[in-house]
Design a binder for this molecule. Sequence first.
Ligand code: ZN
Length: 334
Amino acid sequence: MPELRKDPITGRWVIIAIERAMRPSDFKTKEIVEEEPKAGPFSEGNESQTPPEILSYRTPGTAPNTPGWWVRVIPNKFPALKIEGDLNRRGIGMYDMMNGIGAHEVIIESPHPADSLENLSVKHVEDILWAFRDRFLDLRKDARLKYIIVFKNKGKEAGASLAHTHSQLIATPVVPKTAKEELEGSRRYYDYKERCVYCDMVAQEIGDKQRLVLENEGFVAFVPFASIVPFETWILPKQHSSDYAEIKRSEISYLADALQRTLKMLDTVIPNVPYNFYIHSAPLDNLRLPYYHWHIEIVPRLTQTAGFEWGTGLYINPMSPENAAKFLRKTEGK
Ligand code: ZN
């Protein structure tokens, strides 16, 4: 029997087609032709090919927009939203609109084209995660902005246009729909139970172990009960916190460890797996929330979203979350 499972946060139902008992090898990823990675606009030495940097972590004494950096943040050359101008919110009859104010930045994660989040040192991954925090703290000074999302597209199928390892940040003048659904859902749960739904989930997944992927001192990774796609994995801080930028330098090593190990596990189960991940954090006008808990969602792109999903918002996941977690756990130490 297929199962319908309900996400306790958003109330979204998912069809888990467990009968198919799929194995990782059932998911075909495009074969990647191993060629010498070429230097491009994100490579060291080509700094003049990008807009001037906003932030970089670099060797002392080296000038901005020259070599010597290991993490570099630049404005997106083709931004979805722009920082200059007024919001000018207005109506056209019954329709609402405003100007496309916001920020769109690229976090270049390494100066070398052959690197990946999976093979960088943990210390380097810490710096990337710290750069996200630095950008959160800087952009939230702008009162026009209501929400910041950091996301990564890895692989063509996941929307990456350049192979050179990078992530992006978009700050928006509105709270996006998915964030709103999570905020409203977790608030309903809190009003009813007086507990954070994510804290409850962390406790249950650590206790249950069935869907657990890994755990360290500060963070836990698990496959959510109502995952929408095979091998979807969430990473959450064990301690309640609604605001990503609250993370301390002493905690970032645990996050870097949890993220990198999870990505390595995924890549071992399905080599060259295309994926998206994103950080969901509190909206900027309400950063400290007892009912919301920031987290990272990793969504491998192995299935296609087709008519049924588009038309209903109901997903069919052909891999049971318990099996997905088992396959991921088995890779450690291989
Ligand atoms: Zn919590």
